[in-house]
Design a binder for this molecule. Structure first.
Ligand code: NAP
Ligand code: MG
Length: 500
């Protein structure tokens, strides 16, 4: 039995949802795991069990793949008129919007993030993302191709863009519902069928979404949602011989395991992995917007963002002012349980994540870094960490090279702007970067040289469903969002007909 969670403002539907055992969603129905096993999900603000969830494993993945394969092969989804497909995705968006408060609360309880953040970021972005891809369902098309080595009029050649097939999607815990939408929206628009595995820490919003998929009237087997552990359910999905494609978001380390598992049937793979993004402040930047921008670049969502601006490079002349400003903001951040109305930052997602982040801070400090503010756990109940600004680092330290995935920024002075791009590019990652300057020429010149999939100029963390997002180097393969992501979910067929 899950521990009852009593929070004065909790929606009764959310209380009921977490109190009952949550089941896997396979072939349009909610079912127990074949093994009968369940696993707990925790409220990270208290460390108490929040809900019990059926634990999917290999056999459940087999059942889900079979359902997705049947739904794909019968054409129940892939051959449905695209206008109708688009309408169903739009209907799902409307339903998410209808139950937005429930989703915001579930997300806050399961992940730990402040309710005010899930209300203004996770849930509305999810709705708009779904609507954007509902629109794409009717706009995926091929080209006519004039041949260049033959007489043009003697051949008709064209391309068709077809759904890639049965897709496995594995997502992390930092934006559980939004990551599900990033994956499901384009795959469904393209006509694929899906098996989605949420992160073990945060399966609840995906399971509530499954109820709405049922309510919206998607054909059985089009979307299957199978929570479970990465090493079991996730590994079985990545290795499954009847899955045509895996789309993964998570750590670079697991991304490499996915690639190995996918090799068996050479399924297509797209990866959205970690980052250690540089955020570069030149001495002509408007500090009134730069300082809060740099603080938000790292502290938004507790730094649990793959694109977090975790290396803050500041030109020497203004270094102290920027560090002071960012540290003052850090000190004012209210670190409290996500349901507290004045919480700006909740707990990290798990004890493991808290220990990992604290371990990084200790490692940096033991190597000579200094915490201008923060530098330790916050309180002794729940998985809270203080927003932290580290200085006196060098570019080789672990805290500067490795992804911490917590509210920890290393502030690094530089004196020679001509060297900054090389230093900014000096990690294995290449996901995102920021540049703050009032000189538009410098901004674009630096943007052109950064090896990163996204460069924000005088802003940070601006996401839009229409704007592609993804990584250079070990930050990943392929792009999420925009029309680019549709390439992850489609195959191109060339048809060439002789006309005489
Ligand atoms: P992770 O281990 O990469 O987990 C991401 C997803 O992959 C989860 O659903 C996970 O399942 C699954 N998974 C784990 N091992 C697998 C395997 N062998 N085969 C198939 N799937 C597998 O990330 P994490 O443990 O949640 O976080 C670890 C670090 O990853 C973070 O500290 C951060 O550095 C990074 N991270 C990056 C992003 C990003 O958006 N790029 C997001 C989250 C985390 P389980 O839930 O059971 O582990
Ligand atoms: Mg949880």
């Amino acid at each position: 039995m899950a521990t009852a969670v009593s929070t004065p403002t909790m929606d009764p539907n959310v209380s009921a949802f977490v109190s009952a055992k949550r089941k896997l969603f396979i072939n349009g129905k909610f079912v127990d795991a074949a093994s009968g096993k369940t696993f707990p999900t925790f409220n990270p603000a208290t460390g108490e069990v929040l809900a019990n969830v059926a634990e999917g494993d290999r056999e459940d993945i087999n059942r889900a793949v079979k359902a997705a394969r049947a739904a794909f092969d019968t054409g129940a989804w892939s051959k449905m008129p695209t206008a109708q497909r688009g309408k169903l995705i739009w209907k799902l968006a409307d339903l998410i919007e209808k139950y937005q408060e429930e989703f915001a609360q579930l997300e806050s309880l399961d992940n730990g993030k402040p309710l005010k953040i899930s209300r203004v970021a996770d849930v509305p972005l999810t709705v708009e993302h779904m609507r954007y891809y509902a629109g794409w369902a009717t706009k995926i098309e091929g080209n006519t191709i004039p041949l260049i080595l033959r007489e043009r009029s003697k051949f008709l050649a064209y391309t068709l863009r077809e759904p890639i097939g049965v897709v496995g999607q594995i997502i992390p815990w930092n934006f559980p519902l939004l990551m599900a939408a990033w994956k499901l929206g384009p795959a469904l628009a393209a006509g694929c069928t899906v098996i989605l595995k949420p992160a073990e820490q945060t399966p609840l919003s995906a399971l509530r979404l499954a109820e709405l998929i049922q309510e919206a009237g998607f054909p059985d087997g089009v979307v299957n949602i199978v929570p479970g552990y990465g090493e079991t359910a996730g590994a079985a999905l990545s290795a499954h011989p009847d899955v045509d494609k895996i789309a993964f978001t998570g750590s670079t380390e697991v991304g490499k395991l996915i690639l190995q598992a996918a090799a068996g049937n050479l399924k297509k793979v797209s990866l959205e992995l970690g980052g250690k993004s540089p955020n570069i402040v030149l001495d002509d930047a408007d500090l009134d917007s730069t300082i809060p921008g740099a603080a938000s670049a790292i502290f938004f969502n507790h730094g649990q963002c793959c694109c977090a601006g975790s290396r803050l490079f500041v030109e020497k002349k203004i270094f102290d002012k920027v560090v002071d400003g960012v540290s003052q903001i850090a000190e004012k951040i209210q670190v409290k349980a996500g349901f507290e109305p004045d919480s700006d930052m909740g707990p990290l997602v798990s004890e493991e994540q808290m220990n990992k982040v604290c371990g990084y801070m200790e490692s940096g400090i033991s190597e000579g870094a200094k915490a201008v503010t923060g530098g330790a756990r916050h309180g002794n109940k729940g998985y809270f960490v203080k927003p932290t600004v580290l200085v006196n680092t060098n570019d080789k330290m672990k805290v500067v090279q490795e992804e911490i995935f917590g509210p920890v920024v290393t502030a690094i002075p530089f004196s020679d702007p001509s060297e900054i791009v090389a230093r900014a590019n000096d990690t294995i990652y290449g996901l995102a970067a920021g540049v703050w300057t009032s000189d538009i020429k410098k901004a674009h010149s630096i943007a052109a040289k950064l090896r990163a999939g996204t460069v924000w100029i005088n802003c940070y963390n601006i996401f839009d469903p229409a704007l592609p997002f993804g990584g250079y180097k070990q930050s990943g393969w392929g792009r999420e969002m925009g029309h680019e992501v549709l390439e992850n979910y489609t195959e191109v067929k060339s048809v060439c007909a002789a006309l005489d």
